[in-house]
Design a protein around this ligand. Structure first.
Ligand SMILES: NC(=O)c1ccc[n+]([C@@H]2O[C@H](COP(=O)([O-])OP(=O)(O)OC[C@H]3O[C@@H](n4cnc5c(N)ncnc54)[C@H](OP(=O)(O)O)[C@@H]3O)[C@@H](O)[C@H]2O)c1
Length: 391
């Protein structure tokens, strides 16, 4: 009885990570993947690492057993850690942000959902504190971030396969490392993979004050690309606008301005954008399309307004715009066979961080114990800050 309980706990605490699955996948495929992962892991468990005395370790983790309102279903619990295998590393989590996709996963509305119970969170920076004897590239003290979504990062400690994480320099700021793997990577890919952008070209984006938006502003500025940044009106608009301009934003405008004659004035000094980045959907996305160059692309990566994207017929017929989508999780999975493209991108992003050209978004640090306040605050509009759990 005790043995099967312990095994269940190991599986429940760690394998939700590995059993993440696209809901659209066939059940048979899911079963086969899980079996493969379990076998792979069994093979990694060395005799010494199975000693109960040595591995009776626990961590604290934010666990949810049902989908629902995150501030109601998430609880801080003590959880056992599974034994570390020869190809595993033990990591201490340092910091992990609360992103919209984390909230959607807990609500049960995201495209990929872990089996329950699950640990919340998909992104973090962690420090390696122990390595298995067959670990090739990591050593104690290294900083790592997850390679894929679904790691369950809101916890103090974890045992992970070496291949599930990737190292980042440990001399970059903690918050930049904790928020590196999702938003800057999304911004980097969207600025690289859809239109050939040269210095002097321009990009228009909504939700410009989001984590993605702030990374777009800074990466674009480092490449000499103009950004037209659209945000919702608010009482502190000028303060926020100034903050985005300090980061490198060329123009910051209110949503309402997109329909006004002042846009004509703006385009006297700034070329029409080749690329529009849409994290909002609804009317906001339609307005972005109105300002695209002929033949330009609009890339949708988020739907914060929960409204569908409507494409005017004229934009398709007379401007031949391309309407595309991007999901960084899929990009990472598509690259997983060699990992070189991910490594190159992280190296470039970390080099920008070290040069002071890319900073973390505005963040509010919250101790893990105060998770409830952080979850509630992260779901409020107009916060203009990323809540980051500090372990
Ligand atoms: N496809 C991908 O690979 C990918 C990767 C990363 C992120 N994302 C998505 O990108 C979006 C932004 O993520 P993030 O981490 O950058 O977010 P974030 O830092 O938490 O910022 C949220 C942004 O959404 C805006 N917003 C919230 N509710 C809104 C509404 N009803 N209408 C219009 N704007 C609204 C906020 O503007 P206010 O300040 O005005 O509230 C803010 O700009 C999310 O949908 C996320 O899931 C997608």
């Amino acid at each position: 009885m005790f043995k099967s309980f312990a095994i269940w706990n190991c599986v429940a605490m760690w394998f939700p990570v590995h059993t993440m699955c696209l809901r659209v996948h066939a059940a048979r495929q899911r079963g086969a993947t899980l079996l493969k992962r379990l076998r792979h892991r069994d093979a990694n468990v060395s005799p010494s690492s199975q000693s109960a005395g040595r591995w009776a370790q626990t961590c604290q983790a934010l666990i949810y057993r049902h989908h629902g309102d995150p501030s109601l279903v998430v609880q801080l619990e003590d959880a056992p850690l599974p034994p570390a295998g020869a190809k595993d590393v033990v990591v201490e989590l340092l910091a992990a942000p609360i992103n919209p996709s984390d909230i959607n996963m807990i609500q049960g509305t995201y495209a990929i959902l872990p089996d329950l119970p699950a640990v919340g969170g998909n992104e973090c920076v962690a420090q390696v504190v122990e390595v298995g004897n067959q670990v090739r590239d990591l050593k104690t003290g290294d900083w790592v971030i997850p390679r894929d979504a679904g790691l369950g990062t809101w916890r103090t400690k974890a045992v992970v396969a070496e291949d599930d994480v990737i190292s980042v320099p440990n001399n970059i700021p903690l918050l930049a490392a904790a928020t590196l793997g999702v938003n800057p990577c999304t911004a980097f890919r969207m600025l690289s993979d859809f239109e050939e952008l040269k210095p002097g070209d321009s990009v228009i984006q909504n939700a410009a004050n989001s984590g993605v938006g702030q990374a777009v502003i800074q990466i674009a500025a480092a490449r000499g690309i103009n950004t037209i940044n659209v945000i919702r009106d608010r009482s502190d608009f000028l303060q926020l606008s100034d903050r985005l301009k300090v980061m490198g934003a060329s123009h910051v405008i209110r949503e309402e301005a997109l329909r006004r004659p002042e846009m004509k004035e703006l385009f006297k000094t700034c070329p029409k954008p080749k690329l529009a980045l849409n994290g909002v959907g609804g009317k906001s996305a339609t307005e972005l399309l109105r300002h695209l160059q002929v033949g330009g692309s609009m890339v949708t990566y988020g739907g914060m307004s929960k409204q569908p994207v409507t494409v005017p017929v004229s934009a398709l017929i007379f401007k031949d715009v391309k309407v595309r989508g991007f999901w960084v999780t899929q990009w990472k999975r598509d690259q997983s066979h060699d990992g070189e493209a991910f490594r190159r991108m992280l190296d470039e992003l970390c080099s920008l961080i070290l040069q002071g050209k890319l900073t973390a978004p505005a963040c509010t640090e919250v101790h893990l114990q105060d998770y409830q306040k952080a979850l509630e605050a992260a779901m409020q509009p107009f916060t203009s800050t990323k809540y980051v759990l500090i372990m």
